[in-house]
Design a binder for this molecule. Structure first.
Ligand SMILES: NC(=O)c1ccc[n+]([C@@H]2O[C@H](COP(=O)([O-])OP(=O)(O)OC[C@H]3O[C@@H](n4cnc5c(N)ncnc54)[C@H](OP(=O)(O)O)[C@@H]3O)[C@@H](O)[C@H]2O)c1
Ligand SMILES: [Zn+2]
Length: 360
């Protein structure tokens, strides 16, 4: 039943920011009598949809939900009260609220009303589904994912900067899917100049991430796929006072322009946090990727490795200079996973939070 909750929750992937992904199932006599998920911020919570569907039959039933029911008046009344009012006998919770200030409050409210509460069911899967939300709550930053595609000899482009395509169709399809689950995707000015990327999820009804370009110089082309904003929005972030006329041109095309000082990955993450974002995908080249890692703006790494060799002594690699001199300084990835995607290999892992912040 908890897996069913996660399945329902996933239907809103990429649409709930700044809220978590939540699914709920109400079961009576072994049968599901109500289901729901939180579709987006401002909409009712998952429990409310499930309770509505179950109606009077909810009395004496069991509610399964992947995140502790809320206990505070936000944009909607607290779910804990709705669960008590509906007369449920038991609530099975996947994970407690990650916010230390409210953790356990919803559960305590249910228990005070005599409802049996079980917690920690499928806890690891629940934590992973909402890893971006948890990171946002704990660190006041969106969750950063660095994704890159490289050849077997560690190049993300040729000597001349050409990079289309390194991986095959299956890996690229997976990247489109990944973009649909993220709230923003970031590249640097150089990637715009060299690749003219589209950066959408290629899905007809979206969701598409906000496409973000970080550029100090605004030395960018007047025509680019990213300036076509009918399909997906674009935000260019630069430093104060840079090329006002070009800024005006971009705005005229429907591109949002924001000035930040200093223009660093950390500042950009703070800005995107303030905009309510949960997850940010770094699809930049090695220069910006190194800055993002050094700034603690990358939590997870997704490396697509293509079984081909391109060589090139000046061809760029996925991560530029981190200032390390000896191999023990290398950042080890944790919770490592790898799997084939078509003819390519995907390696996934997490950067240890403590190690990264010690770089700052
Ligand atoms: N295979 C892959 O997965 C992949 C992905 C992306 C890119 N690439 C390749 O990577 C190459 C470009 O690499 P790149 O490292 O130059 O990438 P980049 O993604 O363009 O990042 C560097 C650019 O970011 C901008 N920037 C803004 N603030 C910055 C800051 N605080 N620190 C550093 N940069 C900042 C600068 O733009 P301005 O110069 O405009 O000021 C800078 O030139 C291209 O050949 C491209 O094809 C490959
Ligand atoms: Zn709620």
């Amino acid at each position: 039943m908890m897996q069913r909750c996660l399945e329902l929750a996933r239907r809103a992937l990429g649409r709930t920011a700044p809220n978590p992904l939540v699914g709920a199932v109400i079961v009576k006599d072994g049968a599901i009598i109500g289901e729901g998920f939180h579709p987006q911020a401002g909409q009712p919570h998952a429990e409310v949809f499930a309770l509505r569907e179950a109606g009077d039959r909810a009395r004496g039933a069991t509610l399964y939900v992947n995140l502790e029911p809320c206990n505070h008046h936000g944009r909607t009344p607290p779910c804990s009260e709705a669960v008590v009012a509906a007369g449920l006998a038991k609530v099975v919770v996947g994970m407690v609220d990650p916010n230390p200030k409210v953790a356990g409050g919803g559960i305590a409210r249910l228990q005070a009303a005599g409802i049996e509460v079980v917690t920690g069911v499928e806890a690891a899967a629940c934590q992973e589904l909402n890893e971006a939300f948890v990171h946002r709550i704990l660190y006041h930053r969106p969750f950063g994912i660095l994704k890159y595609a490289m050849t077997l000899d560690g190049k993300i482009a040729t000597n001349s900067g050409h990079s289309a395509w390194i991986t095959g169709q299956a890996a690229r399809a997976e990247v489109f899917q990944l973009r649909a689950t993220c709230d923003a995707v970031i590249v640097g000015g150089n990637t715009v100049r060299l690749d003219n990327p589209l950066l959408t999820s290629r899905q007809v009804d979206g969701p598409h991430p906000l496409r973000v370009v970080m550029s100090r110089t605004l030395n960018l082309p007047e025509e680019a796929h990213l300036w076509q904003t009918a399909a997906a929005p674009t935000l260019v972030i630069t430093e104060p006072g840079v090329k006002p006329e070009f800024q005006a041109l971009l705005r005229h095309l429907g591109v949002e322009v924001v000035e930040l000082s200093p223009l660093t990955p950390a500042q950009v993450m703070t800005y995107l946090y303030d905009r309510g974002f949960l997850s940010v995908l770094w699809e930049c080249g090695g220069t910006l990727a190194a800055q993002a890692i050094a700034d603690g703006a990358v939590q997870k790494v997704l490396a697509f490795i293509a079984p081909k060799i391109v060589g090139g002594s000046t061809a760029p690699s996925p991560v530029g200079d981190l200032g390390f001199l000896t191999m023990p300084q290398a950042l080890p990835l944790e919770k490592l996973r790898w799997r084939p995607v078509g003819a390519d290999l995907l390696v996934e892992g997490y950067l240890p939070q403590t190690q990264v912040s010690s770089l700052e």
